[in-house]
Design a protein around this ligand. Sequence first.
Ligand SMILES: Cc1cc2nc3c(=O)[nH]c(=O)nc-3n(C[C@H](O)[C@H](O)[C@H](O)COP(=O)(O)OP(=O)(O)OC[C@H]3O[C@@H](n4cnc5c(N)ncnc54)[C@H](O)[C@@H]3O)c2cc1C
Length: 425
Amino acid sequence: MAHTPPTILILGAGYGGLQAARSLDEAFRRRLQPPALVLVDQRPFHQLITQLHEVAAGTLEAGQAMVPLEGILEGRRIEFALGRVRRIDVQERQVVLDTRQVSYDYLVMALGSETELFGIPGLAEHAFRLRWLDEARHLRAHLARLVRQVSVERDPERRKVLPQVVVGGGGYTGVELIAELADSLRAAMGRLAQTQGAPQEPFSLTLVEAGPEIMAGFRRQLVEEARRQLERKGVAILTNTGIQSVAPEVAHLSTGASLQAGTIVWTGGIRGNPLIESCGLATGPRGRALVNAYLQSVSDPRVYVIGDSAFATDPATGVPLAPSAQLAMKQGQHVARNLHRLLLGLEPRPFVPGHLATIVSLGTDSAIADLERLVFYGRSARILKHLAVIRYLYGLGGVRLALRHAPEVLEAVPVIGSPPGRLAA
Ligand SMILES: Cc1cc2nc3c(=O)[nH]c(=O)nc-3n(C[C@H](O)[C@H](O)[C@H](O)COP(=O)(O)OP(=O)(O)OC[C@H]3O[C@@H](n4cnc5c(N)ncnc54)[C@H](O)[C@@H]3O)c2cc1C
């Protein structure tokens, strides 16, 4: 009787899922009876989430943060199923999409995360978020409107409130966003002043962080440099200060003070995709799946969970691993290798994260980079960040895709660079 190859179903074509699918395809390339690989996503494109702060600030076109999956998967033995996952039945090994139903032998869950609101009153209604491309576009459209409004507003009180921006959460996302906004809003107001001939009310930006320092978990030297760069751009930083509630155009703080602002953005944390909890897998803090050393759900060894949806710890230190695109990709690659080993009858290997290089952008002209033995900052780190995106795109879709980003890199080179900021004004 003919033996039916197993089906490996990968949910989510983000950083982790796409990497897992591509690595699985490569691992089984030369085998006569490879497993059936099915990749599911609700969108026909891969989102460059690491660039969303640029989309929101108007320094990157939204189209450049969308990579069509068709091109990436061309020539690969991966079936793409477009659809939104509605339900996952781990007992029956079935996933229900809004378009069809798919059965699996092994499941790789890479469904990312959502913004964690911590039950803070008013946050969901009155604050912007930055986790998906649509949210970045929404914020960008609001800011473009605001820039125009600020320039024509006659009421002196409104003229003070509208250009205030409050970002809650001083982690990776909050820091990258506020630095990018400082540059793009300054540039937009500068253009307005030129065209309208009158001085414009400058935007004023405040970063609010509940912990004792911004960028928790980063090296001291880099945190200090990030602070210096933000302050140089005019960003006020409030630490040991939580946002307690939000009402229209006002954030009430744990210190008893309130900040009135035309724009309030919340980037204070993430929680696992709600499908993780709803399908009954064991979860750790903030709805992220508990996984073992092989990245299998502790509830079901046929289910692997990677990326933001997984709560994984560093086996060397026991410390939870900070969610990042880098980590998601490494996990995707590792799970693919282990599934390959499993289907060959070999023992799986535990996941060892190793050092994860980090580059945090600080606006259009600066960044900080931690490459383990090498720590540096400034414009060279910013160029490195652009190059990292180009390298990623090259890996996904070759030269043609990588070239889509090349103009950005040229802009970042001092002699060629043009002033940043493309928010409509
Ligand atoms: C503004 C910003 C800047 C960042 N910068 C960096 C950086 O510079 N470096 C870095 O390493 N990390 C960065 N991060 C973090 C990084 O983007 C995430 O950690 C990473 O995207 C997680 O990858 P993932 O594969 O778990 O999920 P994602 O990349 O989010 O992918 C999840 C996928 O699942 C799909 N999906 C979700 N729900 C469903 C459903 N119900 N049905 C079908 N499909 C679904 C989504 O469409 C998506 O394609 C940044 C994050 C933000 C928000």
